[in-house]
Unconditional design. Structure first.
Lengths: 115, 114
């Protein structure tokens, strides 16, 4: 079974600085998807960024980028120029690419932005 | 609608009572998912509906949990004889193109069993 591990329960960063959130996963599949979701206090999960495993290029969405290391099964999220609105829980998630529609989530990292 | 709508937003119920949680997905989204988020935990998959296919119920934790989706749109998650361990946030999501493109989540129902 696939597992997703986030080893940092809490992180903090100074406003305008850069922070990296870690995620590792375990799978025997070669083709899959990885995601980072943000959950603010409103509880609604918001997709931040996605990565297809067969693409070697790291995904980027504005201030958000990932460092995808397939051999190491590592998928970290880098947030540049941190803003107060980035404060939230961040969840790493995994999905296979073979009809199984389930997302497997890590336990999350609470990110605090220090003004 | 513009987003995934869940109701009620919060629900407090007595142990042993039945509860129904409602999810109204984005119009036209054929896939609908239910997840449970217990305090301090990640999201746990419960059930998945895709069009007219039989639902994937593999994540339902016990036979007290059931869900249906009427007319390919609104879904109801029912928990019978609630227990304190059922207390959690129940999140619904829908998708047009499948999980690979990410889901759109609702804001969830916080269920408290007292």
């Amino acid at each position: 079974a696939q597992t997703v591990t986030q080893s940092q329960p809490e992180m903090s960063v100074q406003e305008a600085e850069t922070v990296t959130l870690s995620c590792t996963y375990d799978t025997s599949e070669s083709d899959y998807y990885l995601f980072w979701y943000k959950q603010p206090p409103s509880r609604q999960m918001i997709l931040v960024i996605r990565q297809e495993a067969y693409k070697q290029q790291n995904a980027t969405e504005n201030r958000f980028s990932v460092n995808f290391q397939k051999a190491a099964k590592s998928f970290s999220l880098k947030i540049s120029d941190s803003q107060l609105g980035d404060a939230a829980m961040y969840f790493c998630a995994y999905s296979t690419n073979f009809g199984n529609e389930k997302l497997t989530f890590g336990t999350g990292t609470r990110l605090t932005i220090i003004p | 609608g513009a987003g995934v709508s869940q109701s009620p937003s919060n629900k407090v119920t007595e142990k042993g009572k039945d509860v129904e949680l409602r999810c109204d997905p984005i119009s036209g989204h054929t896939a609908l998912y239910w997840y449970r988020q217990s305090l301090g935990q990640g999201l746990e998959f419960l059930i998945y509906f895709q069009g007219n296919s039989a639902p994937d119920k593999s994540g339902l934790p016990s036979d007290r949990f059931s869900a249906e989706r009427t007319g390919g749109s609104v879904s109801t998650l029912t928990i019978q004889r609630t227990q304190q361990e059922d207390s959690a946030v129940y999140l619904c999501a829908s998708s047009l193109q499948g999980v690979a493109y990410g889901y759109t989540f609702g804001s969830g129902t916080r269920l408290t069993v007292v």
